[in-house]
Design a protein around this ligand. Sequence first.
Ligand code: G3H
Ligand code: 13P
Ligand code: ZN
Length: 346
Amino acid sequence: MPLVPMRVVLDHAAENNYGVAALNVNNMEQIQAIMEAAKETDSPVIVQASRGARSYSQDNYLRHLMLAAAELYPEIPVVMHQDHGNEPATCYSAIRNGFTSVMMDGSLMPDAKTPASYDYNAKVTKEVCLVAHALNVSVEGEVGCLGTVGQNKEPPKSVAAAIHDKDLEQEPEPEMAHLTDPDEAERFVAETNVDALAVAIGTSHGAFKFDKKPDGEVLKMDLIEEIHRRLPNTHIVMHGSSSVPQELTDLLRKYGGDMKQSWGVPVEEIQRGIKHGVRKINVDTDNRIAMAAAVRQVMMTTPDKFDPRDFLKPAREAMKKVCIARMVAFGQAGNASKMRAAGLFK
Ligand code: G3H
Ligand code: 13P
Ligand code: ZN
């Protein structure tokens, strides 16, 4: 079975009111974890690779690993998605390597750090849509900016603290300054023809998102409701949607990991989003923590082990568990066979 365009999966998700986890991969074990979770739960899946992942794994390895996944699991519709393409060339090289979906993240300049103007964003996203759609590849765009991709190694000042700064008329944090403007979102979708729209609602990438359980002041789920009201036919994407489960961070710490207390996006908030048009939910950090904790556990408890498989098997199993939990919680479980029955893929 060939890989399928993301649009096919997200349209089915919208028609049947569920969300789909978009899970980041860098290597074979992560792809295996996702595919086994998908098989066990009968879920369509979105597998995504960042620019960093592509350079770590190398495109040729990644392409063949994804083809192997499609070959080994013909019953599962699989989307291969470029996460945070920083410029059109990145999206085009992904397409040449068999990706069936790309994110043109024109909310930032090609350095993937500097916030871009609306005009720049609309121009590059529209260009990528024209090319990608001609090749049956789906496109995700973004309006508003999240925390810097892959940079949250230190706890950032929380969005709550940023609001406090704003009250005191200090310079606000970027997360607050770049929440999605619903007017811009409406205009952007009309001008670019994107298949899916990532919105900035107060989340950021990485393990440090909020310094307490987020409420509506810092995690703007009401913004999603407003955007969905204006754009009922647009698939909304939530980035930075790891939940940073306490039990996983506890396990990591128990076996020597050094991770400060922090809060992620509660699964029930994501479920609320799914009721209001959220169809793609990006999760990477939770799987990273789960795998790291599993590796640490083996290393700490059995220091005599040195076969990489002794670390990687439990790590793969730990990621599979997280994937299953998200697939069930987001409602994608049980839908692979329905898509097949509806003739949406062969
Ligand atoms: O967008 C963020 C993802 O977690 C990917 O992170 O750029 O470190 O591969 P990365
Ligand atoms: P997390 O860091 O919350 O897992 O977000 C991942 C993401 O948004 C990838 O694009
Ligand atoms: Zn992201």
